[in-house]
Design a protein around this ligand. Structure first.
Ligand code: NAP
Length: 250
C-alpha cells in the first residue's frame, strides 16, 4: 500500500486554508497531519469545519506538530508565515505556500534556505488555473501591445495591497517589455463582497483589450495546491513560482 503524503495546513481556520484543508482530506493519497491557526488555536478543527468526526486540534506553533515529515501548506499572513517556512525547511519538510505579501529580501532568504537544506518549495501567488492561463495570454498580448494597466479587487479584509497576483502580473509584463515594473500601474479595490478578481487592460490607438479572471469561491485554488503537494519533493533545492511547472494540461 502506498504511503499517504502527510500535510500540515497553516491557516486551516481561514477562508482559503479551510477550502484547501478539506481538499486534502478528500484526496485519497494525502493525510491531514495537523492544522495551525492563531485565534482558533486549541479548538477542535472538526467543530470549526462542521465535521465533528475529525480528530485534529488546531495548534499555534509548528513545534507542536510531532510528525517527523510533512508538507507544510501555508495560507496565513506573511509575518508568521516567514518564520514558519524557515522552521519547516530546517526540519527538512517541503513547503507549498500560498500566503502573499513577502518582501523581495524575504524571498531571497527563503530561496537560500531551500538551497541549503535541499527541500522543495512551491510559492505561488495564485494557485488557480485561470489566473495562470491569464498570465500566458497577457504575455502573448504583450508581444504586440506595449501599454497595459492591472486592476485587482479583493475583500476589505485582505491585508496586502496590491495582491501578489497583480504584482506578479506587473512584473511579468515589465520583464517582457524590458522596462521597470513601476511603468505598469496596478490599481487595487478593497470592498466587501469581492472574492478575488483581476483584469489586465491593454491600450493601443483606437482600441483596448481586456483580460479578466474572477474567482467566485476558493475551491478554485484546491486543484493547484494538491498538484503542488504531490510534486514538491521533485524540486529539491529550488523555489517554484510558476504554476506551469506543476500542472499537466487536461
Ligand atoms: N496563492 C493563492 O492562490 C492564494 C489564494 C487565496 C489567498 N491567498 C493568500 O492566503 C493568505 C490567507 O488568505 P485568507 O483570505 O484565507 O485569509 P483569512 O481567512 O484571514 O485566514 C487567515 C488564516 O491565517 C491564520 N493566522 C493568522 N495569523 C496567524 C499567525 N500569527 N500564526 C498562525 N496562523 C495565523 C488564521 O488563524 P485564526 O483563524 O486561528 O486566527 C487563519 O486561519 C493571504 O496571504 C492571501 O493573500 C493566496
Amino acid at each position: 500500500m502506498e504511503t499517504k503524503i502527510k500535510v500540515v495546513v497553516a491557516g486551516a481556520t481561514g477562508k482559503t486554508g479551510k477550502e484547501v484543508g478539506r481538499a486534502v482530506m478528500r484526496a485519497g493519497d494525502m493525510e491531514l497531519a495537523g492544522a495551525l491557526g492563531h485565534s482558533h488555536a486549541g479548538m477542535a478543527l472538526g467543530d470549526l469545519w462542521g465535521d465533528p468526526g475529525l480528530p485534529v486540534i488546531v495548534s499555534r506553533n509548528l513545534a507542536d506538530i510531532t510528525a517527523p515529515y510533512a508538507v507544510l501548506v501555508d495560507f496565513t499572513e506573511p509575518e508568521s508565515a516567514y518564520g514558519r517556512m524557515m522552521e519547516a525547511i530546517a526540519r527538512r519538510w517541503d513547503i507549498v505556500v500560498g500566503t502573499t505579501g513577502f518582501s523581495g529580501r524575504q524571498y531571497e532568504e527563503i530561496a537560500e534556505m531551500v538551497r541549503r537544506y535541499q527541500v522543495g518549495a512551491v510559492i505561488i501567488a495564485n494557485f488557480s488555473l485561470g489566473a495562470w492561463i491569464m498570465e500566458r495570454l497577457a504575455l502573448e498580448a504583450s508581444r504586440y501591445l506595449n501599454r497595459a494597466e492591472v486592476l485587482e479587487a479583493h475583500p476589505d479584509t485582505k491585508k496586502d495591497r496590491p495582491s501578489g497576483t497583480a504584482r506578479r502580473m506587473a512584473g511579468l509584463l515589465a520583464d517582457s517589455w524590458q522596462r521597470d515594473v513601476s511603468t505598469v500601474p496596478v490599481h487595487s479595490v478593497r470592498l466587501p463582497g469581492m472574492v478575488a478578481h483581476q483584469a489586465v487592460i491593454f491600450g493601443a490607438s483606437g482600441q483596448t483589450l481586456t483580460l479578466r479572471h474572477d474567482v467566485h469561491d476558493r475551491s478554485a485554488y484546491s486543484a493547484g495546491v494538491l498538484a503542488a503537494v504531490r510534486r514538491v519533493r521533485e524540486f529539491g533545492g529550488t523555489v517554484v513560482q510558476d504554476m506551469g511547472d506543476i500542472i499537466t494540461p487536461e
